[in-house]
Design a protein around this ligand. Structure first.
Ligand code: UD1
Length: 335
């Protein structure tokens, strides 16, 4: 079975490609290298000992998609490609709406033209906005997003729903990720944000290596056990494995399905810092500063639907996430 992976050299996409190859799927990757690097190809090959096809193209490019679907009989698509920086999306909404929506539209158009009807879509817990009830189930209200990036995820979900209504063969599994962190055990692939990181885990590792002086904790006056923000961090390898379970579901079903991919456990910013220091025997200096605009106090999943219907649950704990994130960055530094 041949799977097209858009954004397959990115943080989550590359881990999904590894799991697919390990499970003997044939893989075709399309990635424009906007937020990824070409050496990920060799690293995936090193980890798996397997080959895959690669196209350096933009998913918005209809001609490039036509070429791929003509050259390969694609059975299903995992769609990871997209812009994902919250702050940048506020500054450049047109760029975000154009790229994140057009890519999905063009992809679905070409899929249908080439009779490929199975899609796994990367969504985000961001579609739930500021949740009224915790843990968050898939039936919680969606759409009160707080930034253009989040809105593109929600709009994509709506577009995909309409496509499944109009095309009874078309099947979509929407996966709503909580906070993916960690890296592959080998230390060969992981998260490499450009510039100064916005997200917590990439920031912590850079402080630990001395590249950044100290972590700024955005507020300790939230209504949480220690006052700092609580999130559902999930190991990227667990997340990638969830995609393979979703693929099995897509192949045997029709329609659109929604699943939370999280652990169901919330950890605070201070929990992460403490755990990181203990597991890696390294100091992470920090200071408390004011809240970051748009942040919420707590967000964690009820992942039971994915367990019941996909037979998937997260297996790796916080220690693995801390160890693997650090191991990746140390390997990168060694070159
Ligand atoms: C953010 C995005 C979310 C996106 C997700 C991808 C916002 C508002 N939300 O989620 O849409 O899907 O990333 O992973 O940006 N923190 C600090 N100091 C830092 C960085 C973060 O204290 O330098 C705190 C935050 O206040 C928060 C927690 O760490 O409590 C996690 O933050 P982050 O990693 O940025 O993820 P989210 O904000 O949950």
């Amino acid at each position: 079975m041949k799977i097209l992976v858009t954004g397959g050299l990115g943080f989550i996409g590359s881990h999904a490609v590894v799991e697919l190859l390990d499970d003997d799927y044939e893989v075709v990757v399309i990635d424009n290298l906007y937020n990824s690097s070409i050496d990920v190809i060799d690293n995936i090959k090193k980890i798996t000992g397997k080959e895959f096809s690669f196209y350096q193209n933009d998913v918005c490019d209809l001609d490039a998609l036509e070429k791929i679907f003509s050259e390969h009989k694609i059975d299903a698509v995992m769609h990871f490609a997209g812009y994902k920086a919250v702050g940048e999306s506020v500054e450049k909404p047109i760029l975000y709406y154009e790229n994140n929506l057009l890519s999905t539209l063009h992809l679905c158009k070409k899929m249908i033209e080439h009779c490929c009807f199975k899609l796994i879509f990367s969504s985000s817990a961001t579609v739930y906005g500021n949740p009224k009830v915790l843990p968050i189930t898939e039936d919680c209200k969606v759409g009160s997003t707080t930034n253009p990036y989040g809105t593109t995820k929600w709009m994509n979900e709506k577009i995909l729903k309409d496509i499944t209504v109009a095309n009874s063969n078309f099947t979509v599994i929407v996966l709503r990720y909580f906070n993916p962190i960690g890296a592959h055990k080998s230390g060969l692939i992981g998260e490499k944000p450009n510039g100064i990181p916005n997200n917590l885990m990439p920031y912590i590792v850079r402080v630990a290596t001395g590249e950044l002086e100290m972590l700024n904790i955005f507020g300790n006056d939230y209504d949480t056990p220690d006052g700092t923000g609580v999130r559902d961090y999930i190991h990227v390898v667990d997340l990638a494995k969830g995609h393979l379970k979703a693929l099995e579901k897509a192949i045997s079903s029709r329609g659109i399905y929604y699943y939370n991919l999280g652990t169901g456990i919330g950890y605070s910013v201070l929990d992460l810092v403490d755990n990181f220091e203990k597991v890696n025997h390294v100091k992470v200096p920090y200071r408390i500063i004011g809240r970051r605009e748009g942040d919420i106090a707590s967000c964690y999943a009820d992942p039971s639907r994915a367990y019941k219907e996909l037979d998937w649950k997260a297996e790796l704990g916080l220690e693995d996430m801390m160890k693997d994130s650090y191991n990746f960055i140390l390997k990168q530094k060694k070159g």
